[in-house]
Ligand binder design. Structure first.
Ligand SMILES: [Zn+2]
Length: 173
């Protein structure tokens, strides 16, 4: 897994559309995500943490919840992403009005600055989507309940996420 803080090419660190996070924030989030996923026996190994820069156009789109331009430029290499991992997380100033988002069918997720629930919970919830889990609607103590701070996984969720993780590692998913 690699984690990136996304700044604006127009102004870099501290610019209005740049994330206000620091690399040490992200290192701490990664450590706490690792703890949450340990309950499933899924080990999140950090490959790269870095700051990257995206254009204002891309950041405005992300702010509107539209990930297409980001994904397009990531695919073509127009957006420079050093040392990508199997799963890649991007910490951005805004991602629509959401705390976090995983574009369907991808292995990347976005987390907004100042989410309404703990950072590691948002990031871990998005990892859940990448590992094949969907939302639960009736139990806020669970990781896959949307917009709360629960972190528990059920036996079925542990089986499903482990199965997906093994498939990713084996290159068959
Ligand atoms: Zn979700």
């Amino acid at each position: 897994m690699s984690l990136y803080i996304v700044d604006s090419t127009d102004g870099g660190i501290g610019a209005p559309l740049s994330s206000r996070r620091s690399l040490s924030d992200v290192d701490e989030i990664a450590e706490r995500m690792t703890d949450i996923w340990e309950q499933a026996g899924v080990q999140l190994i950090i490959e790269t943490t870095a700051r990257i820069e995206a254009s204002e156009d891309i950041l405005v789109d992300l702010g509107n919840g539209d990930t297409a331009s980001f994904l397009g430029d990531a695919r073509t290499g127009a957006l420079l992403i050093p040392g990508p991992g199997t799963i890649n997380g991007f910490y951005v100033s805004r991602i629509g009005s959401a705390n976090g988002m995983t574009p369907f069918g991808t292995r990347l997720f976005f987390v907004a600055d100042d989410p309404s629930v703990p950072d590691e919970r948002v990031s871990s919830h998005e990892i859940g989507h990448i590992l094949g889990l969907h939302h639960v609607l009736d139990d806020s103590a669970r990781l896959m309940f949307s917009g709360a701070d629960g972190i528990t996984l059920t036996g079925v969720e542990i089986s499903v996420s482990r199965y997906a993780a093994i498939g990713i590692l084996d290159g068959v998913r």
